[in-house]
Design a protein around this ligand. Structure first.
Ligand SMILES: Cc1cc2nc3c(=O)[nH]c(=O)nc-3n(C[C@H](O)[C@H](O)[C@H](O)COP(=O)(O)O)c2cc1C
Ligand SMILES: Nc1ncnc2c1ncn2[C@@H]1O[C@H](COP(=O)(O)OP(=O)(O)OP(=O)(O)O)[C@@H](O)[C@H]1O
Length: 312
């Protein structure tokens, strides 16, 4: 999959494609349905498929401190889109210039001049352009005038509710992993590099892999049953994600993973951690001794849970 950053990096050979536009945070089953349809149209027309996305996501631009936590950072999103068979991603910086583009200018500059789009696939609620003035009816009219096709994908629902990144976040925040997994079509995962921590884990009888989060906010906090991919196989464990109120910290979020009966060295490796079940909220303990007792109980719960369970 090819990544093109910014309209100015588009070349004449990039013109002629089928495309879709959106945030695609989490690449959930609604997104997957759009991408499947895009693959079909790409094969029918014999042109590459292209996903147009924005970085930062528009809500992060308008409200940096109030925007919801990301399900996927750009790097994760690109990996998920590549796995869905996307040929190209056009990543546009969401900045004052882009936000001021009218719907008509967006169609002209991005879709027609930039991408030479032959077919556009969007969700039925998709809106774009300055003040979100462009909608499906607007696109349908432009398509007829300019000679491309546009199609609204059918809404994907799980348990009678439309799948959305917002609902996935809500399910994760409330520890409802069955719903989150149903909407994502896979377990929720966080990928990050294992860094050196404060080395307190050993004193707590729970050595942990300290996974770098590289984000200010996380969509879930607490203690979870997890599995981590080690040499392509899932390894059971228990993890804390949060600000670790019992140990002096800088207030930023950490992901600490204790893998059951694991003795290898993980420093420097990229670890993929899948979340399966919430055990409890993160707590502030009065002493390291109390924290140690709680972690021992978490590990016992993880052992009891994983005993004989198939891992994902
Ligand atoms: C299963 C588990 C549960 C944890 N629960 C909490 C908690 O409730 N509150 C807290 O402040 N820290 C909690 N921690 C985080 C520990 O404080 C952290 O792992 C420890 O400080 C080791 O950090 P280090 O690897 O940087 O040395 C938990 C860690 C694990 C592995
Ligand atoms: N459940 C769904 N069924 C069909 N299309 C969807 C679904 N969810 C999103 N889409 C479409 O996928 C494209 C990208 O969606 P986008 O990521 O911007 O929205 P979203 O997942 O609904 O996120 P949010 O919850 O933040 O609004 C848009 O065209 C959108 O309409």
């Amino acid at each position: 999959m090819q990544l093109v950053r910014g309209l100015h990096n588009l070349r004449p050979q990039h013109r002629g494609c089928v495309a879709t536009i959106g945030n695609f945070d989490g690449v959930h089953r609604g997104h997957q349905a759009i991408l499947a349809r895009l693959r079909e149209r790409s094969a029918e027309l014999g042109v590459p498929s292209c996903v147009v996305l924005f970085e930062p996501q528009p809500r992060e631009y308008f409200d940096p401190s109030g925007a919801p936590a990301r399900l996927s950072r750009l790097r994760d999103k690109l990996a998920l889109l590549a796995a869905e068979g996307v040929d190209r991603v056009l990543c546009l910086a969401f900045n004052p210039r882009l936000r001021e583009l009218s719907a008509a200018e967006f169609v002209q500059r991005v879709l027609l001049d930039g991408l030479g789009v032959l077919h556009l696939e969007v969700g039925d609620d998709f809106r774009f352009g300055c003040d979100r003035a462009g909608d499906f009816a607007f696109l349908a009219e432009a398509a007829q005038r300019e000679g491309f096709t546009v199609e609204a994908a059918k809404t994907v629902e799980v348990d009678g509710q439309r799948v959305s990144s917002t609902r996935v976040r809500e399910a994760l925040a409330s520890g409802d992993f069955k719903v989150a997994e149903g909407m994502l079509g896979r377990p929720f995962r966080i990928v990050g590099r294992v860094l050196h921590g404060q080395k307190l884990g050993r004193q707590l009888n729970a050595p942990t892999a300290n996974v770098q989060l590289k984000r200010k906010r996380v969509p879930l906090t607490g203690v979870y049953l997890v599995s981590a991919e080690i040499d392509g196989r899932p390894w059971p464990g228990v993890a804390n994600i949060g600000v670790r109120p019992s140990v002096a910290g800088d207030g930023s979020a950490h992901l600490e993973v204790h893998l059951l009966d694991f003795a290898g060295d993980l420093y420097g490796r990229r670890l993929t951690v899948a979340f399966h079940h919430k055990l409890r909220d993160e707590q502030r303990f009065a002493s390291l001794e109390a924290l140690k007792t709680a972690i021992a109980a978490d590990i016992a719960a993880a052992r009891a849970h994983w005993h004989g369970q198939p891992l994902k």
